[in-house]
Write a protein of this length. Structure first.
Length: 575
C-alpha cells in the first residue's frame, strides 16, 4: 500500500510526540511533609514520606533523602501505617553524610492521595534552614511491567533554632487566614447567633478526605460579639471551654491526623453565650485492607461468571469496586458477588480495585479463560456474483444462536454488517442485497448464544464481485469494459480491412484516403461520443441509467451497420 511521504512524516511525528509526552493520568508525586515549619533547638519534629498516585495504582517505591546533619539529627524511623508491607531494602540512615535510603513495596496495588510510606523522627541540633530533598526516586505501577510513574518530587524546608521564617508555597499565598477584629462592640439585642464555621481545606462535612495540610477554620464575626471559645476534639458534642485570647475571624488547626475531628465554636456578647457550632472533619489516609478476588471456575464457557471479593476499611468504609478487563475499564459495582458483563472468548486478566469513601484504594487481580462456543461453518455461497446481484450464504452453527456477518471491502472498510438466527437444528442463512461495486471482498462470521457466549470468528472468506453483464453471447459475457474494447477492435478491423483492400488492388491513393480517413473518422466520432457517455454510466445502477445504457448500445450497433454499408458502397465506386 502506498503511503504519501507527507502523511508518513506526520504519523511519525505524532508517534514521537506521544512517546515523549508525560502521561498525566499516570503521574505520581513523592513528597515530604512536616507538621511544623519552625522548631527550636532541642525540639523534636516528625517528617512524613508520602505519595500521591493520581489515577495510577502503585506497588513499590524507592528514594534517597538528603538533609543537613549540622542542623538536625535523625533519631529513628517509623513504618507504622505504611502502605508497604515488605522492604526490599530497610530504611538506612547515614547520619554523618546526611542520607536516608529505602526500597519498599506491597503485593497489592494501592492508589490515593497522601499515602504514608515512612515516618522520620528528627531532632533540631543547630540553627539555620533545614532542607530535606528527594533524589534517585522511583515509583512503580502495579501493571506487571514495573513502569515508573513518578512525575515529580517535593522536599520540605523548616526553620530551625530561631532562624528566619520560611515563606509559604506560592499556591497558598492567597489562602484565607484569620484576622484580628479591632472595634467597639455594638449593643446586643439578644444572645449571639450560632457561628457559621467553614474549613476551606475540608469544605464538606459529610465527605471523607485523604488530603493533608494545614487546616484553618474561619467564621464571620458579628458586631456585638466580645469573646469566642474554640476547641477541636474527637467528641461531636463538646462545649468549648477555651476562650481565645483575642478576637479573630478564625483559628489555625494545624495538620490533623486520621479519624474524625470536630471543631466547636461559640460566641459571647454582653448578654451571654450563644449556640455552639460543631463542624465535622473526616480524614482517612489509609487504603482498605488487602483482599482476594475469587471465581468459581477459572476456565468456563460462561461469558458472565460470578466474581466475589470481601474488602474492609476501618475508617471511612468501602465505597465500591471498579473492574478492569485486560487493562481497560469495564464497570463499577458496590456489591459482591458481582456478575461480569459478557466477556469474549480467550484468556483474560480481571483487576478489581476497591476504593474507600476517602478515595484510597487497593486492588487484586485474577487470570481466567472464557471458552468459545463452536465456530459457524459455511455450506453454500453464491458463485459468479456480478455487481448489483444479491449474495446468499448459508451454513450451520450452535442451535438458536445469533449469527453475526461482517463484509469488508477496500481498506478493510465495512461494506455490510448484519445478523440472523439459527434454527433449532443450527441451520442459518443470510442474504446480502446491498449493491456492491466490482472488486474483492472478504467476510467473517461469529456466533453468540442466549447467554452471550461467543465463538471465535470464522477464517476470512474472499468474495469477488465482477462487472455487470451487459451482453451475453452464449458462454461469453460482456460488461462495460469488454464492450468498449470490442467496439474499438471492430473499428480498427474495418479500417484495416479497407486499407488492405486498396493497397492490394492498387487503387488510387485519394480514394483510399477518402474511405480510410474521412469516412472512418466520421463514424468513429459518432461511436466515440456514445462510448464516453456509456463509460460515465459504469458506476450507476438505477433503472433509468440502465435504460440509457441499453439505448446507447443499440445506437452504436446501428452506427456500425451504417458504417459497414457506407464503406461497401464507397469501395464499389472506386473499383
Amino acid at each position: 500500500m502506498y503511503v504519501p511521504k507527507k502523511l508518513l512524516f506526520t504519523i511519525c511525528a505524532i508517534a514521537t510526540i506521544a512517546i515523549f509526552l508525560p502521561r498525566i493520568s499516570e503521574a505520581a508525586t513523592l513528597y515530604l511533609s512536616s507538621e511544623k515549619k519552625n522548631v527550636a533547638i532541642g525540639e523534636f519534629l516528625t517528617v512524613s514520606v508520602r505519595v500521591d498516585t493520581d489515577e495510577s495504582s502503585v506497588n513499590a517505591a524507592q528514594a534517597t533523602i538528603t538533609f543537613d546533619p549540622s542542623v538536625v539529627s535523625v533519631e529513628s524511623f517509623d513504618k507504622t501505617g505504611s502502605i508497604f508491607s515488605f522492604w526490599v531494602e530497610e530504611p538506612v540512615i547515614s547520619p554523618e553524610s546526611g542520607i536516608i535510603r529505602f526500597v519498599g513495596g506491597t503485593p497489592k496495588g494501592v492508589s490515593g492521595d497522601s499515602l504514608l510510606i515512612l515516618g522520620l523522627k528528627l531532632k533540631a541540633t543547630g540553627t539555620g534552614t533545614l532542607k530535606l530533598s528527594i533524589g534517585d526516586a522511583v515509583v512503580t505501577a502495579s501493571d506487571g511491567k514495573g513502569t515508573n510513574v513518578l512525575s515529580a518530587t517535593q522536599g520540605v524546608q523548616i526553620s530551625v533554632g530561631g532562624g528566619f521564617a520560611i515563606p509559604p508555597p506560592p499556591d497558598t499565598l492567597t489562602a484565607e487566614i484569620p484576622t484580628a477584629v479591632v472595634r467597639s462592640p455594638t449593643p446586643a439585642k439578644g444572645l449571639p447567633a450560632k457561628p457559621n464555621v467553614r474549613v476551606p481545606l475540608y469544605p464538606d462535612q459529610s465527605k471523607w478526605y485523604s488530603g493533608t495540610g494545614e487546616a484553618i477554620a474561619l467564621w464571620e464575626m458579628p458586631g456585638d460579639v466580645i469573646q469566642a471559645a474554640v476547641e477541636i476534639t474527637k467528641n461531636p458534642n463538646t462545649d468549648p471551654s477555651k476562650v481565645e485570647p483575642e478576637l479573630l475571624t478564625g483559628k489555625t488547626l494545624g495538620t490533623l491526623t486520621e479519624g474524625l475531628h470536630y471543631v466547636h465554636v461559640q460566641f459571647r456578647n454582653n448578654l451571654g453565650w450563644g449556640q455552639i457550632a460543631h463542624y465535622r472533619i473526616s480524614i482517612d489516609r489509609t487504603a482498605p485492607e488487602a483482599f482476594e478476588v475469587k471465581m468459581d471456575e477459572l476456565a468456563t464457557d460462561n461469558p458472565s461468571p460470578l466474581i466475589s471479593y470481601s474488602a474492609e476499611d476501618s475508617l471511612s468504609g468501602i465505597m465500591g469496586a471498579s473492574f478492569f478487563l485486560d487493562g481497560k475499564y469495564l464497570t463499577t459495582s458496590t456489591s459482591s458477588p458481582f456478575k461480569l458483563p459478557p466477556v469474549p472468548p480467550g484468556k483474560h486478566t480481571l483487576l478489581v480495585r476497591v476504593t474507600d469513601f476517602a478515595e484510597n484504594s487497593i486492588e487484586d487481580d485474577i487470570n481466567f479463560e472464557t471458552l468459545p462456543i463452536p465456530t459457524p461453518t459455511i455450506h453454500f455461497i453464491t458463485e459468479g456474483i456480478s455487481e448489483g446481484e444479491p449474495i446468499f450464504v448459508s451454513g450451520r452453527s450452535f442451535p438458536e444462536s445469533e449469527i453475526y456477518f461482517t463484509l469488508y471491502g477496500k481498506w478493510d472498510e465495512i461494506a455490510f454488517d448484519g445478523s440472523t438466527k439459527s434454527d433449532g437444528l443450527g441451520n442459518w442463512e443470510i442474504t446480502i442485497d446491498h449493491i456492491l461495486s466490482t472488486g474483492n471482498y472478504f467476510f467473517t462470521i461469529t456466533a453468540r448464544d442466549a447467554r452471550g457466549a461467543q465463538s471465535f470468528p470464522l477464517e476470512p472468506i474472499i468474495i469477488k464481485i465482477k462487472p455487470k453483464t451487459i451482453v451475453s453471447l452464449g458462454f461469453l459475457e460482456l460488461g462495460w469494459f469488454e464492450i468498449f474494447v470490442l467496439v474499438v477492435l471492430i473499428i480498427l478491423a474495418i479500417g484495416g480491412s479497407a486499407g488492405w483492400y486498396y493497397r492490394k488492388e492498387g487503387r488510387r491513393r485519394s480514394a483510399y484516403e477518402t474511405v480510410a480517413s474521412r469516412d472512418i473518422d466520421k463514424f468513429a466520432v459518432l461511436i466515440s461520443k456514445d462510448l464516453d457517455e456509456l463509460v460515465n454510466l459504469e458506476e450507476r445502477h438505477d433503472e433509468s441509467q440502465k435504460m440509457r445504457a441499453d439505448f446507447l448500445i443499440k445506437k452504436m450497433q446501428d452506427t456500425l451497420t451504417k458504417m459497414k454499408k457506407y464503406i461497401g458502397e464507397e469501395l464499389r465506386k472506386v473499383r
